[in-house]
Design a protein around this ligand. Structure first.
Ligand code: HEC
Ligand SMILES: [Cu+2]
Length: 377
């Protein structure tokens, strides 16, 4: 069947439309309108989606863990390596794409050309050797440089002054234990700033209480998995104080995306003050005895520890110094009385599918418990 070019265009559009969206038998103009409408609404959807994401990105380094701003030796090493790999692969891309573009343009079929088959070439030892050996060499170079960085990071000698922290991954939160300091906390890791001349790195021993997790704070080090029954180790030595964000980098269940990490790199003074406060037993305030009694008589004690009370559970985060943390539920919400109330009333508000059940307390009891919790500095 022969169609004029204009008809051809239209009939093609009709075909696409029929398959994708339109009902049969519509007039062509209708098709075009519906198509435009659909395309426009899709475009708007994408635009509003990206606009919606803007504020999160615009909040800057505090909300966007960047792999391009390393602040600790392992992260610097990885960053350097990634630039090297990018340089090599970028060069390959430029050469291949450039040659391809050149050939497509320079040797395109022209109107004046006689229709004929291009010259056929079979086998060329030189060319085949070249495209086997050159990529092989490139891969060997990439492999060796990567191996060198891995071993340099893994075999770095551990100084006496290093701080030891045990990290336990849980669905869906992080437990941090400082065995030499007798501290147990959750989700927010405090470490001292390191110094170039007198390094004070932090060594993390990584365990898992359930499934695979992965500890990843991009600005401080590469990812390391927390594997059940297979302890791993990693270290950090940030030279700049501040807050570094990270997250679980291994899908570990329904709330994996809300398993965030906050690493506070403190000055030595801040760190010592934090340690002293964490080592104190829980605050006991007679004014909130009601809330404490409810906490101690509910199942809360089976899952949570509060030093100096009958609560010794380890299934959930240690709450002894709950109010020293800026967020709750592994960064899912700010640590405010309203959020605590919403959380204790029904944790699914922030994290659907979380491992803490809604305890079916009355609103008044929740209020009392939360008033108690807010005294735990
Ligand atoms: C079955 C065990 C279990 C019980 C019972 C339980 N919790 Fe939890 N709780 C958890 C787990 C697990 C988390 C961590 C959830 C997450 O972040 O994914 C948690 C988190 C919390 C947090 C946030 C802590 C933080 O630093 O992120 C608070 C506060 C809390 N629970 C209070 C309570 C109170 C109050 C009760 C009793 C009314 C209670 N929980 C009962 C398991 C439990
Ligand atoms: Cu996880």
């Amino acid at each position: 069947m022969h169609l004029k070019p204009s008809e051809r265009g239209n009939s093609r559009r009709t075909l696409v439309c029929k398959r994708r969206i339109c009902t049969i038998g519509m007039q062509r103009t209708m098709h075009r309108k519906r198509c435009l409408y659909l395309m426009r609404s899709r475009l708007w959807f994408l635009v509003s989606l990206s606009l919606g994401a803007m504020p999160a990105l615009a909040q800057g380094t505090a909300s966007t863990p960047s792999i391009f701003a390393p602040e600790s030796t392992p992260a610097h090493e990885i960053y350097g390596l990634s630039l090297f790999v990018l340089l090599i692969t970028g060069t390959i891309f430029a050469v291949v794409a450039g040659l391809l573009a050149f050939v497509i343009v320079r040797y395109r079929a022209r109107k004046s050309d006689e229709p004929h088959e291009p010259a056929q070439i079979y086998g060329s030892l030189q060319v085949e050797l070249a495209w086997t050996i050159v990529p092989l060499l490139i891969v060997v170079v990439l492999f060796l440089t990567t191996a060198r960085i891995i071993f340099a990071v893994e075999d770095a000698p551990k100084p006496e002054s290093a701080l030891d922290v045990t990290v336990v991954g849980h669905q869906f939160w992080w437990e941090f234990r400082y065995p030499k300091l007798g501290i147990v906390t959750a989700n927010e890791l405090h470490i001292p700033v390191s110094r170039r001349l007198d390094p004070e790195p932090t060594y993390l021993k990584l365990y898992s209480a359930d499934v695979d997790h992965s500890f990843w704070v991009p600005q401080l080090a590469g990812k390391t998995d927390l594997i059940p029954n297979h302890p791993n180790e990693m270290w950090l030595d940030p030279l700049k104080t501040g807050l570094y964000l990270g997250q679980c980098a291994q899908f570990c269940g329904i709330e994996h995306a809300k398993m965030l990490i906050r690493v506070y790199v403190d000055t030595p003074r801040q760190f010592n003050e934090w340690v002293k406060n964490q080592q104190r037993p829980a605050v006991e305030d007679a004014a909130v005895a009601d809330g404490r009694r409810i906490f101690e008589t509910e199942a809360c004690v089976n899952c949570h520890t509060i030093q100096g009370t009958s609560a010794h559970g380890t299934f959930g985060p240690d709450l002894t110094h709950l109010m020293s943390r800026a967020t709750i539920a592994a960064g899912a919400a700010d640590n405010t009385p309203e959020n605590l109330r919403a959380w204790v009333y029904n944790p699914d508000t922030f994290k659907p599918g979380v491992m803490m059940p809604a305890m079916q307390l009355s609103k008044e009891d929740v209020d009392k418990v939360v008033v108690y919790l807010t005294t735990l500095h």
